[in-house]
Design a protein around this ligand. Structure first.
Ligand SMILES: Nc1nc2c(ncn2[C@@H]2O[C@H](COP(=O)(O)OP(=O)(O)OP(=O)(O)O)[C@@H](O)[C@H]2O)c(=O)[nH]1
Length: 390
């Protein structure tokens, strides 16, 4: 899952760490050179001071011991070091920041500068965009990494890779966890029956996701009834009935061409009369026009007032999925998304972008064709997997 993106993030971490280490080594060399120069100058100054003392007329009673000869050396050394620093500052290559870095290095720290990250950050941007991460999301990730790393002082004991990994981890978690809430807790605390309506275009795995969620809820002690609000497509009733029978769940369905809001309403009535916890309502993925589709969703909203509307799309659809999520959210105010076929997705762009773009969280990932192949979405877990060794 998301292997392509994982490889690209790993390359960025390696490049950024190498670049910063290289720059740190340069600074170390400069610092050592400056120190060696200062020592040479100090020795020369000490020799000169010794010669002066030897030549001085023997007017005072102060002994001209080596102790006395070394006294002015301390001052000369200070002066010599200052001179070396001033020389260094004149050096084209050595701005004040380089001096700051050299000073930090002397105390065991490495300061990371913007120029160290320019190349790797450009590569990261390309990697994210080519993985179908939406542009505003990629920009946000880059800004956060830049903010977290530049000017950062790392102790030499900490590896640069650790620092890069932490910055990238925080940047990814920030965009992926927008609006995240605890789905199970929401179900537990809601008045029953809880009505959940599923929206999304045809063929992305909506009906399969309803079946999977029915199984997921059953495993946590919640009973469900399925209601087929896709009265438009021939064969829709048969498709969902197969799932209902396989899972031993009650299906509420009307004739093809019936009113979807009425079907889901009947589902809610059935749940109330039979003490069922959750109503899972399917809807059509396509009508004559997208206006008809959106009007139908609005009617379901009005008549049933669902507790949650979940948008379903394929992770493999990348930016198309992100765009559709935005459109459905505009029309029907979604509460969250289910991304199917994550098992077949290597890019990960939709998984990273949808929450940030819609402001609504991803709640589940579909990770296979079986009823148990539904995973509760956890942003931290996803980011750890993306940045992990495996
Ligand atoms: N690999 C994989 N396949 C999936 C996943 N979810 C659904 N599918 C498959 O995708 C195909 C379409 O799924 P459906 O549930 O029929 O899609 P739908 O959106 O309900 O389609 P309509 O009912 O036509 O609107 C089926 O073959 C599913 O088995 C998933 O998470 N991983």
């Amino acid at each position: 899952m998301f292997d392509g993106l994982k490889d690209k993030l790993s390359s960025f971490r390696q490049d950024a760490a190498e670049e910063v280490e290289e720059k740190a080594e340069e600074v170390e060399e400069k610092a050592e050179e400056a120190e060696a120069d200062a020592e040479t100058d100090a020795e020369a100054a000490a020799d000169a001071a010794g010669a002066d003392a030897a030549e001085a007329p023997d007017e005072s009673t102060e002994p001209t011991t080596s102790e006395a000869a070394t006294a002015p050396t301390a001052e000369s050394e200070g002066a010599a070091t200052d001179e070396a620093v001033a020389d260094d500052a004149d050096d084209e290559d050595a701005g004040p920041s380089r001096l700051k870095r050299a000073a930090a290095f002397a105390t065991g720290k490495v300061i990371i500068e913007e120029e160290d990250l320019d190349g790797p950050l450009q590569d990261l941007e390309l990697a994210l965009l080519s993985s179908d991460v939406e542009m505003s999301v990629a920009d946000r990730i880059l800004d956060t990494v830049r903010e977290k790393m530049i000017g950062e002082t790392r102790a030499q004991v900490q590896t640069t890779d650790q620092l890069v990994t932490e910055a990238l981890h925080d940047a990814l978690v920030e965009v992926i966890s927008v609006g995240q809430f605890d789905f199970e807790q929401r179900i537990a605390e809601a008045d029953k029956p809880v009505t959940i309506v599923f929206t999304g275009v045809n063929g992305v795995g909506k009906t399969t996701s309803i079946a999977k969620l029915s199984r997921w809820l059953e495993e946590r002690g919640y009973s469900t009834v399925l209601a087929n609000g896709d009265t438009y497509r021939a064969g829709a009733n048969e498709q969902i009935r197969e799932h209902a029978e396989a899972l031993d769940k009650r299906l509420i369905a009307h004739e093809q061409g019936g009113d979807p809001a009425a079907v889901i309403y009947d589902g809610v009535e059935y749940a109330e009369a039979n003490d069922i916890d959750v109503v899972l309502g399917d809807t059509a993925g396509r009508l004559h026009t997208s206006n008809d589709l959106m009007a139908q969703l609005e009617k379901i909203d009005r008549v049933v007032d669902p507790d949650m509307t979940l948008f379903v799309d394929e992770a493999v659809a990348g930016q198309d999925a992100v765009r559709r999520a935005q459109e459905f959210d505009d029309a029907a105010a979604i509460d969250g998304s289910v991304l199917t076929k994550a098992d077949a997705d290597s890019s990960g762009g939709a998984a990273i972008s949808i929450a940030y773009v819609t402001g609504k969280p991803i709640l589940f990932l579909g990770v296979g064709q079986g009823y148990d192949d539904l995973a509760l979405f956890d942003p931290e877990e996803l980011v750890d997997a993306l940045l992990g060794e495996e």
